[in-house]
Ligand binder design. Structure first.
Ligand SMILES: [Zn+2]
Length: 129
């Protein structure tokens, strides 16, 4: 995952305080090179719902450059960078990676998950320049 993607996700999360931010992660295969911000339809501090129109825009934007939507991200303004029960219940696309940024501490924390057999499973996040 490109370092600039992580920087953009953290910046988006800070802009949306006190609410959760959300968006899509675009790229080729596991090389995620763009964060695509979306509106949080829930406009909530504890849950998110990616605006479907923004999701379609992200798909179009990715396809225009031969990429695809590889994952989704959202923030936990006051919680850890682990999936909540709400996140598990809202899980709709098992093919997507899920990145969660926590702002509960002074230093933002980021964790990446994949969905496997009904659970979020942490995967290594490898930053690349
Ligand atoms: Zn969450």
């Amino acid at each position: 995952m490109r370092q600039e993607v992580i920087v953009e996700v953290i910046a988006h999360a800070k802009r949306e305080i006190p609410n959760e931010c959300c968006g899509l992660l675009l790229g080729f295969s596991d090389d995620i090179d763009e964060a695509y911000p979306a509106r949080n339809v829930s406009a909530s501090a504890t849950r998110f719902l990616i605006d479907p129109a923004d999701h379609f825009d992200a798909i179009r934007h990715a396809r225009a450059s031969g990429r695809s939507v590889r994952g989704a991200y959202h923030s936990h303004p006051r919680g850890p960078s682990a999936p909540s029960e709400t996140d598990a219940a809202a899980m709709t696309d098992p093919t997507l990676l899920h990145l969660i940024v926590s702002l509960q501490d002074a230093e933002p924390r980021i964790s990446l998950f994949e969905w496997a057999r009904g659970n979020f499973v942490a995967v290594d996040l490898v930053p690349e320049p």
